[in-house]
Design a protein around this ligand. Structure first.
Ligand code: PFF
Length: 452
C-alpha cells in the first residue's frame, strides 16, 4: 500500500534539511579529534578534496535514486529495477542507519548532559572537570537516562512528519548553528595562547599524515555527508521535480565542509590555549573543552559560562537534526511498505533503537570489559557502521547509478531535464566520477586500514 507522500516546501527547506542531516556530531565531535589525531592541516586538505571528488558524486547518486523513485530506500530499487534483486541490498540501507542511530543517540545523550551541566554553570571552576566525562559515561544509569531523553526528542520531531517535523526544525536551527559557531570561533581564537592552534590548522605538516590518516579523511567525508545510509535517498524522495539536485548537493557539501572547518577553529585554538594535547581522541570536546572552560572561567567567568552553554547547545542541535534523518529512513520504509501508521512506526523503531543503545551505553561503563576483536562494544559498532556498512551502501548507490540506471534517466535527474546550464556542463565530469573515481575511492577507504 502506498500512503500519500509529503514533500519539502521549496529550495531553502530542502537545503536546510540536507544540511541538517550532514552537519552533526561528525563535524563538531568527530572532525576536530580526527584532525588532532592525524596531524592538523594536511588531514584537513585531504578531507576537503575527498568531499569534492569522492563524497559529492555519491551524494548525487543517492539523490538521483531517491528523487527518481519517489520512494523509501527499499522501495526505490523495486521502482527503478523491478526485475532485479537490488531491493534486497536496499533493505540493508534501511537497517544500517537505524543501527547508527542506536549509538548516535548515546552520544546525543552525552551532549544533553553537558548542556545541562553548562546551564548550571558547572564548568565555572567549582568542580574539578578532569575525568568528569569518564565518570559520567561509566556511571551506568545517568547516561541511560540522557540517552532515553534524546531518543524521545528525536521521536517527537519525526512524529511531526516531513513538513511540520523535519522542515520546521531544520529551517531555523541551521542558520542559528552557523551564527553560534562563528561566535565561538571568535572567542576561541582570541584566547591567550590560541595562535598555536590556528597555525596548527593552517600549516600542513605532510610528514605527519599516514595512509591511515588519508583513509580516515576519506571516511570522515563519507560519514559527514551522511552517505551510503539511505538518508540522502529518503530526503531526496521528498524533493519536488523542480528542485535542483545539482544545487542541493554542492550547497550541502559546502555547508558541511565549512561547518567542520569552523568547528575545528572553535575547538583547536581553545585546546592549545589550555595546553592540552590535540591528539587526545574521541573525548576531545567532552574532556578537553570543559577543562578549557573551567580554566577560562578563572579569568572571564560569565563569558566562558555563556560560551559553554552555546557550544553544547550547538552540539545538541547538530546531533538532533542528523539523528532525525536516520530515523526517517526506517519510518518511511515501514509506512510505505507495510500498513503501519507514522505514529506506530516511530514509536516502535524508537523503542527498539533505544533498547539496543542501552548495550552501547553500558559498554562505556559497567560492561567495559566486554570486547569484540579487542575493542569495546561501542567502538566496535562505530567501526562496523562507518567502515563496513557506509562504504557498502555507497558502493551500491554508485554502481546502480553508474552502470544500472538508464543513462537518460540519470541525465534527466541531474540536469532537471536538461534545463540547468551548469549541471549540463558538469554532467560528463559527474558521470566519470560516479563510474570510476567514487567506487575505487570507496574500496580504498574500506581496505587501507587492513593493508597498511
Ligand atoms: N552526517 C552526520 C554527522 O556528521 O554527524 C552523521 C550521519 C547522519 C551519518 C546520518 C549517517 C547518517 F545516515
Amino acid at each position: 500500500m502506498r500512503t500519500k507522500r509529503e514533500n519539502f516546501g521549496g529550495r531553502m527547506a530542502v537545503i536546510a534539511a540536507f544540511a541538517g542531516s550532514a552537519i552533526g556530531l561528525g563535524n563538531i565531535w568527530r572532525f576536530p579529534y580526527l584532525v588532532g589525531e592525524y596531524g592538523g592541516a594536511a588531514f584537513v586538505l585531504v578531507y576537503i578534496l575527498a568531499s569534492i571528488f569522492l563524497a559529492l558524486p555519491i551524494f548525487y547518486a543517492e539523490s538521483i535514486i531517491g528523487r527518481r523513485s519517489q520512494s523509501n530506500a527499499f522501495g526505490a530499487f523495486r521502482v527503478l529495477a523491478p526485475k532485479g534483486k537490488w531491493h534486497y541490498f536496499g533493505f540493508i540501507t534501511v537497517l544500517a542507519p537505524l543501527l547508527i542511530l542506536t549509538y548516535y543517540n548515546v552520544v546525543g545523550g552525552w551532549s544533553l548532559q553537558f548542556l545541562f551541566k553548562s546551564l548550571a554553570f558547572g564548568f565555572n571552576g567549582s568542580e574539578d572537570m578532569t575525568g568528569y566525562f569518564g565518570r559520567f559515561i561509566s556511571s551506568g544509569w545517568a547516561p541511560l537516562l540522557t540517552h532515553g531523553l534524546f531518543a524521545i526528542v528525536v521521536a517527537v520531531v519525526i512524529l511531526g512528519g516531513v513538513k511540520s517535523g523535519i522542515e520546521r526544525l531544520t529551517k531555523w536551527t541551521m542558520p542559528l548553528l552557523f551564527v553560534l559557531i562563528l561566535g565561538i570561533v571568535v572567542y576561541s581564537v582570541c584566547l591567550p595562547g590560541a595562535k598555536a592552534g590556528v597555525l596548527y590548522l593552517a600549516r600542513p605538516e605532510w610528514s605527519g599524515l599516514s595512509w591511515q590518516g588519508v583513509s580516515a579523511a576519506m571516511g570522515q567525508a563519507f560519514f559527514s555527508l551522511s552517505l551510503g545510509m539511505g538518508t540522502i535517498l529518503t530526503y531526496a524522495s521528498y524533493m519536488n521535480k523542480k528542485d535542483s539536485i545539482f544545487q542541493t548537493g554542492w550547497s550541502t557539501a559546502a555547508a558541511d565542509v565549512m561547518f567542520a572547518l569552523l568547528a575545528a577553529f572553535a575547538v583547536m585554538p581553545a585546546v592549545f590555549a589550555a595546553g592540552i594535547d590535540p591528539g587526545s581522541g574521541p573525548g576531545l570536546i567532552f574532556e578537553s573543552l570543559p577543562y578549557t572552560f573551567q580554566q577560562m572561567s578563572l579569568a572571564i567567568p560569565v563569558i566562558s559560562g555563556i560560551v559553554a552553554i552555546l557550544f553544547f547547545f550547538s552540539v545538541l542541535m547538530a546531533a538532533l537534526t542528523s539523528a532525525i534523518s536516520t530515523l526517517e529512513v526506517g519510518v518511511a520504509y515501514l509506512t510505505e511498505e507495510t500498513r503501519m501508521s507514522r505514529k506506530k512506526a516511530t514509536l516502535l523503531l524508537s523503542g527498539i533503537i533505544w533498547a539496543i543503545g542501552v548495550v552501547w551505553s553500558l559498554s562505556t561503563g559497567p560492561w567495559s570489559d566486554v570486547t569484540v576483536f579487542g575493542v569495546g562494544l561501542f567502538d566496535a559498532v562505530d567501526f562496523f557502521c562507518s567502515n563496513v556498512l557506509m562504504p557498502f551502501g555507497g558502493l551500491l548507490f554508485t554502481i546502480f547509478v553508474g552502470y544500472r540506471m538508464p543513462k537518460p534517466d540519470v541525465y534527466d535527474e541531474f540536469t532537471n531535464g536538461g534545463t540547468l546550464r551548469w549541471s549540463r556542463r558538469l554532467y560528463p565530469a559527474f558521470r566519470f566520477l560516479v563510474r570510476y573515481v567514487a567506487p575505487v575511492g570507496i574500496v580504498l577507504v574500506s581496505l587501507t586500514p587492513y593493508i597498511f
